[in-house]
Design a protein. Structure first.
Lengths: 873, 106
């Protein structure tokens, strides 16, 4: 008996078509065996296992797939809804993952790119997370570094390129000599920079980007060795870099630095360092060595780079993979988006699982019949799983297509600042990802109906006509859990997008401190060879502004070194007359802008005290400046009026600058940043002072009407005073302000879309379950109504059932949102990650939606005709 | 038809069938191997078409007072492959024999 049941139980493993014969054979053999029956019986297991594995042959799989396909095709509406739901979930995940993969995961396109590091500093005490190099620090590090094989630095600038065509304004990189060796990319034509070419007094040379070479020089190889005028300097072209080589981003020309090796500039830290790790060296080793070198440098240069300065700034070396230099800003947003679409996929899976469960109800008889014919639980589970996996695979393919379209749209809509966006695309890794999530979701939503059906007493099902009440309740519980999970996940997403929307709202209401309406801006730069003297620059500026002011409709025209919300940081420490910084200390860091007279009016910045600059403030011997309110508060917290106070660059012993006015605070860096102290200097000062001459400036025109309509007139004015000067990037101040909001608005939109999908899917889930419950309970409801229960009671009872699930889901969701809120905090502005208003509002929205979803089927229930409902029995 | 790799076990099983053992457990005893080894080999050989199987006469089994048993027999293909394997084995034996006849080193 024992042996018999042993054989029968392991027979489950044997494929159905052999099972009967298999049992008969083993039972007969064991019956005829005279001894060691038990030992022989053990061998049945490896035999059954062998046949089980044989069953999973290609033919078997194809047969399963064909059966599954039949099952799916037979119910096209069900298949379409489930498939589309999944395809959206998988597509969204694939799209976002392809971005994550391209931007964050793909290695940089350089040989042995894992050895490339960014080697710079940070100064957390000053809130500065990228403090690069000066020529002096670079020379010191590159001479002594042993864990770095090589180190190079680069800075960005713009140059005027004069060719036969129009003058062009180009992005250029000032680089130290070994830059191409560090990156491991040799020029495609010609040569890179030779030793000594980055020293002061070397012959001016240039390396062109592939794009510039093709577009401006027609891809002519004879360009090598020719002289080209760049910002007034004749440079010999020595090389052309291969296509796609762009470091820093979108650069067209590389020109060498002019380092004075005898007396290198130590203090202006604006050149970004990148290096290649020596064999066997690690990032940690490089970091430690750089720290030692930094202190050594400090000891050798106590004046420029003293210990006290290092301590006050919290200055520390920061060596990290080069890639992180690029992707730091978008990293978090992308991971959050990936998490978000992951949630959407989970919700989609829950929905499809529910659909499958409902469908399984209708198939109870079919399964009971199959079981009666010898199918076992494993067979039925396999059938369910093959259907769900097949559906998921089809959805995955559709999702991939949606993602392909989506990524294109996403990149078109994304703020221009997605770094490395050229790396984004559907490649092998993305395909693997899609295949994995498709399979995983197929198993995830397939396992619920499979388990539910396998756990059922089938003979009972057959007996009572497929309406077994106990098993119904069990499965109803599974469905309720799925709905609760959907509601909870949807709420987490809703809270997230609610918080982002509030941040966006707060950001758009930030008082920027300037007026962006009806303002045109563009940049110009006067090359030093053509305008060598400060007087000449001053004269040009006056002349140009007069011309611009004479254009009909222009109310104000002025110059500023950089308009607000455009990256431009030039902070340096300052000290007031009353409060000199002690030896080795560090004064408050003051950002600066240089401006022409009229700049405050042109930008709509109010002067709260004192007066604006006049051209007289540019005269020799006069040192007047205007300060921001925050600067006034920082240096003279007690004073009522600060006009007439004096301030200077820390350590500048020549003279103080007199405060002649105070301007209201302006968000110059970004809208989200606290206003720091800021000083305005005249764009040109004829005295031997610093800052003396600003050659690269933004022009701001306050116009009466559509600002872009003035581009032509402004270009005309420029041609009159400086025929060889290009007008760069004419655009409205409004568009600049919009861009500053774009990163947030982009996240808001994507999160909004994700939570809208979640909300709809959640609603469908609740609706589906309640509808199903109603159809199951129609008899009961009919009886109750026949006994006199009013329709309202029925309505309330059904809606109540739906709202109970929703309530549990909301509680879980609120807890979940609270739990993950710290992930999103860094993206928020002026709203806490646990903002009660957002939590309550989104919960109410979700409850309302759930109410509607439950009410529709409930109303149907309340209209049940008792006679009809009972007749069905 | 998929072919089968001739191993010690499959060769033994084929030999057992050729020498007249037709029931699974008889083959097992003839081979001197446990059932968990012999049965999967039987399945493989049957799938490869080297063995065929059937059921013994029901009346005969009843007469003996036991359930009918499954029987195995060699197919034509099985016969050919067994012959080929044995020929190879013989060749090998002769080869080894030559080595064996060489004088051993002192």
């Amino acid at each position: 008996m024992l042996i018999k049941s042993w054989i029968r139980s392991i027979a489950i493993l044997v494929p159905l078509e052999y099972r009967r014969d298999w049992i008969e054979e083993w039972e007969a053999e064991l019956a005829s065996a005279s001894h060691k029956k038990l030992r022989h019986a053990v061998g049945a297991l490896p035999d059954a296992w062998y046949l089980c594995r044989e069953g999973w042959t290609m033919e078997g799989l194809i047969r399963d797939a064909r059966m599954a396909l039949k099952g799916l095709v037979r119910r096209p509406v069900f298949t379409a809804i489930a498939g589309l739901t999944l395809a959206i979930g998988i597509g969204a995940n694939t799209a976002i993952f392809s971005v994550v993969d391209g931007v964050l995961l793909n290695p940089l396109p350089y040989p042995e790119s894992e050895e490339l590091v960014s080697a710079n500093h940070v100064a957390p005490a000053l809130n500065l997370f990228l403090v690069p190099h000066s020529e002096g620090t670079y020379l010191h590090y590159s001479e002594h570094f042993r864990s770095l094989e090589s180190l190079a630095i680069f800075g960005e600038e713009t140059i005027n390129l004069i060719t036969d065509g129009d003058p062009q304004r180009l992005r250029a990189a000032r680089v130290s000599q070994p830059i191409f060796e560090v990156l491991g990319v040799p020029p495609m034509l010609g040569r890179g920079f030779a030793e000594g070419e980055d020293e002061l007094g070397a012959e001016p040379v240039a390396v062109l980007s592939y794009g510039l070479w093709r577009q401006t020089f027609g891809g002519d190889a004879s360009i090598l060795g020719r002289l080209v005028e760049m910002s007034g300097v004749q440079r010999r072209v020595i090389g052309v870099m291969p296509e796609g080589f762009e470091i820093p981003d979108e650069v067209s020309v590389w020109i060498p630095l002019e380092i004075d090796r005898a007396d290198p500039e130590m203090g202006s830290l604006g050149l970004i360092g990148l290096g290649r790790l020596a064999p066997d060296a690690t990032i940690a080793m490089a970091q430690a060595e750089m720290r030692d070198l930094m202190f050594q440098l400090s000891d050798e240069n106590p004046d420029d780079f003293g210990r006290a300065l290092i301590e006050q700034a919290g200055l520390a070396p920061d060596v990290k993979p080069l890639k992180e230099l690029y992707v730091e800003e978008v990293k978090q947003t992308l991971w959050i988006l990936l998490g978000t679409v992951g949630f959407v996929l989970l919700i989609a899976c829950a929905n499809v699982a529910n659909l499958f469960l409902v469908r399984a109800e209708g198939r109870q008889r079919e399964q009971a019949l199959k079981t009666a014919l010898g199918a076992n639980r494993a067979d039925i589970m396999r059938q369910y799983l093959s259907e769900s996996v097949l559906l998921a695979a089809a959805s995955g393919a559709l999702g991939l297509f949606l993602a392909y379209l989506g990524v294109k749209g996403l990149l078109a809509a994304a703020p221009v600042t997605v770094p490395r966006s050229e790396e984004i695309g559907i490649d092998g890794t993305v395909l693997l990802f899609t295949a994995t999530i498709s399979l995983a979701s197929g198993l995830l939503f397939g396992i619920f109906p499979a388990l539910a059906s396998a756990g059922r007493d089938l003979s009972k099902t057959l007996k009572d006509g497929g309406k077994s009440s106990t098993s119904g309740r069990d499965r109803h519980r599974v469905r309720s859990v799925l709905v609760v999970a959907q509601v909870a996940l949807a709420l987490v997403l809703l809270v997230g997008s609610g918080l982002m929307a509030r941040s966006f709202w707060a950001l758009s209401n930030v008082e920027p401190g300037f007026d962006s309406s009806d303002r045109l801006t563009f940049r110009i730069a006067l090359p030093e060879p053509e305008w060598p003297e400060a007087e000449g620059v001053l004269q040009f500026q006056r002349q140009f502004l007069e011309r611009l002011g004479a254009i009909a409709g222009v109310q104000n025209a002025a110059l500023i070194s950089a308009v607000p919300l455009v990256k431009f940081k030039t902070a340096s420490p300052m000290e007031s007359e009353e409060n000199p910084v002690p030896e080795g200390g560090l004064g408050p860091l003051v950002d600066r802008r240089t401006v022409s007279p009229g700049a405050f009016a042109a930008l709509g910045i109010d002067l709260v005290e004192g007066r604006d600059f006049t051209w007289g403030d540019s005269e020799e011997g006069i040192r007047n400046l205007i300060v921001s309110q925050t600067l006034a508060r920082t240096f003279w917290p007690e004073a009522g009026s600060v006009v007439g106070r004096r301030i200077r660059q820390q350590g500048d012993t020549t003279a103080y600058w007199n405060v002649i006015g105070v301007a209201e605070d302006v968000h110059f860096e970004r809208l989200t940043e606290e206003n720091g102290p800021l000083a305005y200097f005249p764009a040109v000062n004829l005295g031997p002072s610093s800052p003396a001459v600003t050659r690269s400036v933004a022009v701001v025109l306050h116009t009466g009407a559509d600002p872009l309509g003035f581009v032509g007139a402004a270009r005309e004015a420029l041609r009159e005073v400086g025929p060889r000067l290009p007008m760069v990037e004419p655009r409205t101040l409004e568009s600049i302000e919009r861009d500053a909001l774009s990163a947030t608005s982009f996240t808001v939109v994507l999160l909004g879309i994700a939570s809208a999908i979640a909300l709809v899917l959640g609603m469908v889930g609740i609706y589906g379950v309640i509808s199903f419950v109603v159809s199951r309970r129609s008899q009961e409801i009919g009886v109750r109504m026949a006994l006199g229960a009013p329709a309202v009671t029925v309505l309330r009872s059904v809606v109540g059932q739906g709202m109970k699930m929703t309530g549990v889901g909301i509680v879980v969701g609120l807890l979940g949102a609270w739990g993950v809120s710290n992930v999103i905090v860094s993206l928020l502005y002026d709203v806490s990650g646990t903002d009660p208003l957002t939590y309550v509002t989104t919960a109410l929205v979700l409850a309302l939606v759930a109410l509607i979803a439950a009410w529709i089927p409930a109303r149907r229930a309340s209209k049940i005709d008792p006679v009809e409902a009972l007749r069905y029995e | 038809m998929p072919s089968v790799r001739m191993t010690q076990i499959t060769a033994l099983v084929l030999r057992a069938v050729v020498s007249g053992h037709q029931y699974g457990f008889d083959i097992m005893e003839a081979c001197g191997m446990p059932s968990g080894t012999v049965y999967p080999a039987l399945r493989r050989l049957e799938k490869a078409g080297l063995l065929g199987s059937g059921w013994e006469n029901e009346a005969k089994a009843h007469a003996a007072g036991r359930p009918r048993r499954r029987t195995y027999h060699l197919t034509g293909k099985g016969r050919r492959e067994l012959a080929a394997a044995e020929a190879k084995l013989e060749e090998m034996r002769q080869l080894l024999g030559q080595f064996g006849s060489e004088p051993k080193k002192a």
